[in-house]
Design a protein around this ligand. Sequence first.
Ligand SMILES: CSC[C@H]1O[C@H](OP(=O)(O)O)[C@H](O)[C@@H]1O
Ligand SMILES: Nc1ncnc2[nH]cnc12
Length: 291
Amino acid sequence: MAKSRLGVIGGSGLYDLPGLANPRWEHVPTPWGEPSDLLHFGELDGLEMVFLPRHGRGHRIPPTEIDYRANIDALKRVGVTDVVSISACGSFRDELSPGTFVLVDQFIDRTFAREKSFFGTGCVAHVSFAHPVSPGLADLVEAAAQAEDIPVRRGGTYLVMEGPQFSTLAESHLYRSWGCDVIGMTNMPEAKLAREAELCYATVAMVTDYDCWHPDHGDVDVPSILRTVADNGEKARRLIARLARDFPREHPPCPIGSDLALETAIITPPDARDPDLLKKLDAVAGRVLGV
Ligand SMILES: CSC[C@H]1O[C@H](OP(=O)(O)O)[C@H](O)[C@@H]1O
Ligand SMILES: Nc1ncnc2[nH]cnc12
């Protein structure tokens, strides 16, 4: 079994992870481009941690422009085994009020202007993705929340929109009618790429607003989102600290095989593969390509 190394991707309002021992920010170049920022390395209770602010410190990068491939490749390249995403999101349900943490287990991807795969012409792969969240990792996050008395709702569907504008009222009603629970702009293609890179992935969706559908609440705006994240940031950091404390030091096999996702995914035979693409896949797919 591999040694566990926990990656945390911080969303809006979460640009650092205080309390790391031996903290250092390091540049990790990738064949796909630049990650959103330097990676923040350190240990929590002896567990190796790597934090990456998704939008960069200073929130410089909008959702569409984030190089999701570079971010996931960089985390994989430095030995991360599990990724927890912390994300601000709007709510489509009365009972999911601002401040609620939702461990989503499904996504609907409505983004259309992003690179969504490490693979392509010269090496084609199709990973299974019916269950985009790794249940073992979600179990650990849920247990950490319970140990800290932080209420979490287990399960839910996160609609990923392109943005950067928030939804129209008609869109908000449409997504509600589809049975979606929360909405954000970033977890796709992040979750797809994590699966291709054989990383276990789970999201803590932090409800910050009721989008624009709720008759008793005003339309979402940035100041109210940031206020709610600020009010709940301490809870999120406590959750991560407890998760690190209790995290198995040897990476447990994923019950749905997220960590072996490429085992049967690559369809292009070795003699038809593009050597240049294979070089770029060294970190993500080195295990199965032998590059
Ligand atoms: C700052 S409001 C909209 C912004 O917040 C969410 O980001 P993240 O998922 O990184 O927390 C949402 O997806 C938008 O990118
Ligand atoms: N209502 C909303 N729509 C899209 N992204 C969000 N992030 C936080 N709230 C959001």
